[in-house]
Design a protein around this ligand. Structure first.
Ligand SMILES: [Zn+2]
Length: 282
C-alpha cells in the first residue's frame, strides 16, 4: 500500500510527532456524523459518536475504532502517545481519569493527522485473515467482486516491523496474514469469512499442508464485535457439520505489511496456489 503524500505541516505532526496549536485544527469543534480516518493511510480511526467537547482545543474521543490505534509510551516518559495501528502515523495522546465521559478516557488528537468522511460517504471496510501461506489466501480473496485491495503481511505477534525471515522462524508470534479492504455494499464480511474457511483447511493446527509452523495458523483477526460474532457463528456451523475447526478468533492488533516481493505473488508469477483450494463447506 502506498501512503498519501504529506505536506510539510502534516509531516511535522504525523512523522515528527509535533503538536498543532490548540483551536487551530479544523475538527476541534466539528459535530457532523461520520468517520475520522488516518491522513497518511486512510484507515478508519474514530467515529463521530465517540467524539465529545473537551474544550481543550483539539478533537477529543473517548473510544477508538477497535484495533485502529496503538498506545506507546511517549518519549517524555509521562504521557501515552497514540499512533495509527496501520501506518504508525502520530495522532496525539491518550489520557485517563479526567472524568469527561463515562469511559473516563480522552484521545486528544491533532486534526491535521486525520481526514473526516461524512457518514453518507463512508464506503470501505477492513478485514484481516490468516490461513497459512499468505500468497494463497491473497490469491482467493483478491478475486472477489467488491474487494478493493489486498495486502499480505504479519500480525498477532510481539515484535515491531517483523521481516519475513524473522516470521519464518516461528518465534515472533506473528501469523502470515492478509488485510482486505472491501466495499460492504458489494460484499459482506460474512461472505469474505465464508470464503476464508472454504479456501483453506481450518482443522489443521499450526500448519497448512506442507507449510508447518505457528506462523501458518488459521486465525481471524476481528476489528469489531460484529466481525467477531460472524466468525464465531460460522465456526459453530462448521463444527455442527463435523469439522474440527481450530481457527482462533482474536482481536486485531498491528498489521505489518510484508515486503513488496510478497504482494500479489501468484498473479505476478501467473501460477496457481499449491496450498489453497476452494472447497464448498457452507
Ligand atoms: Zn495510518
Amino acid at each position: 500500500m502506498t501512503y498519501n503524500k504529506l505536506t510539510p505541516e502534516e509531516e511535522d505532526v504525523i512523522l515528527q510527532k509535533g503538536t498543532e496549536r490548540p483551536y487551530s485544527g479544523k475538527y476541534a469543534n466539528q459535530h457532523e456524523t461520520g468517520i475520522y480516518t488516518c491522513k497518511q493511510c486512510n484507515v478508519q480511526l474514530y467515529r463521530s459518536e465517540d467524539k465529545f467537547d473537551s474544550h481543550c482545543g483539539w478533537p477529543s474521543f473517548d473510544n477508538e475504532i477497535e484495533g485502529a490505534v496503538k498506545r506507546v509510551p511517549d518519549a517524555d516518559g509521562v504521557r501515552t502517545e497514540i499512533v495509527c495501528n496501520n501506518c504508525g502515523a502520530h495522532l496525539g495522546h491518550v489520557f485517563l481519569g479526567e472524568r469527561f465521559t463515562s469511559k473516563n478516557t480522552r484521545h486528544c488528537i491533532n486534526s491535521i493527522s486525520m481526514n473526516f468522511v461524512a457518514a453518507d460517504k463512508v464506503k470501505t471496510q477492513r478485514a484481516v485473515f490468516a490461513s497459512g501461506c499468505f500468497w494463497g489466501t491473497e490469491y482467493h480473496l483478491s478475486k472477489v467482486d467488491g474487494v478493493i485491495s489486498t495486502t499480505v503481511g504479519y500480525t498477532g505477534g510481539h515484535k515491531d516491523n517483523p521481516t519475513y525471515k524473522e516470521v519464518c522462524t516461528g518465534t515472533t508470534g506473528h501469523a502470515e496474514a492478509i488485510e482486505v479492504i472491501y466495499d460492504p455494499e458489494k460484499v459482506t464480511y460474512k461472505e469474505l469469512a465464508k470464503l476464508f474457511f472454504e479456501t483453506h483447511d481450518p482443522t489443521q493446527l499450526n500448519r497448512q499442508g506442507p507449510d508447518i509452523g505457528y506462523q501458518y495458523r488459521s486465525e481471524i483477526f476481528y476489528l469489531n464485535d460484529e466481525q467477531r460474532e460472524t466468525a464465531e457463528k460460522l465456526i459453530t456451523i462448521l463444527k455442527k457439520k463435523g469439522y474440527g475447526v481450530v481457527t482462533k478468533v482474536t482481536h486485531a492488533n498491528t498489521f505489518w505489511e510484508a515486503e513488496d516481493y510478497h504482494q500479489d505473488y501468484y498473479d505476478k508469477k501467473r501460477t496457481l496456489p499449491y496450498c489453497h483450494f476452494y472447497m464448498k463447506k457452507f
